[in-house]
Ligand binder design. Structure first.
Ligand code: ZN
Length: 105
C-alpha cells in the first residue's frame, strides 16, 4: 500500500492549515484508510475544489489527521518545504476502483 497521499492527479499533501479556501458540506466518506468525516475545500477565489479536510476519523490510527487538510498537488501552487509531512496514507480513487468510494462530484 502506498505511503504517499494520493490525489486524483498525483500526489497530495497534508497540511495543518490552509488559507483562502471555503469548506463544503460535511459528509462521511470511505477512504482507503477507513471511514472519515470530511468536507471538500474550494478555492475562495475561483471555486475549484482543492482537496478536502478531515473533520474526524473513525479509526484510532487515523485520528492524527483530524482538523488537517489534503491538498492535491495538481490543483495548487505549493511552497515546498518538505515532501509530505508525516508518513500518512490515503488514497482518493475515482473511476471504478474496487477499494475506495468516491463521493464528490
Ligand atoms: Zn482558485
Amino acid at each position: 500500500m502506498s505511503k504517499a497521499f494520493q490525489g486524483r492527479h498525483g500526489r497530495a499533501y497534508l497540511f495543518s492549515n490552509v488559507v483562502n479556501v471555503t469548506q463544503g458540506p460535511i459528509e462521511e466518506r470511505l477512504l482507503i484508510t477507513g471511514m472519515h468525516t470530511v468536507c471538500d475545500i474550494q478555492c475562495s477565489v475561483c471555486g475549484s475544489v482543492l482537496g478536502w479536510k478531515y473533520e474526524s476519523a473513525f479509526e484510532e490510527s487515523q485520528k492524527y489527521k483530524e482538523g488537517k487538510f489534503i491538498l492535491e498537488k495538481a490543483r495548487v501552487v505549493l511552497k515546498r518545504d518538505g515532501d509530505g509531512d508525516g508518513g500518512a496514507t490515503d488514497t482518493r480513487v475515482v473511476g471504478g476502483s474496487s477499494h475506495s468510494d468516491e463521493e464528490s462530484e
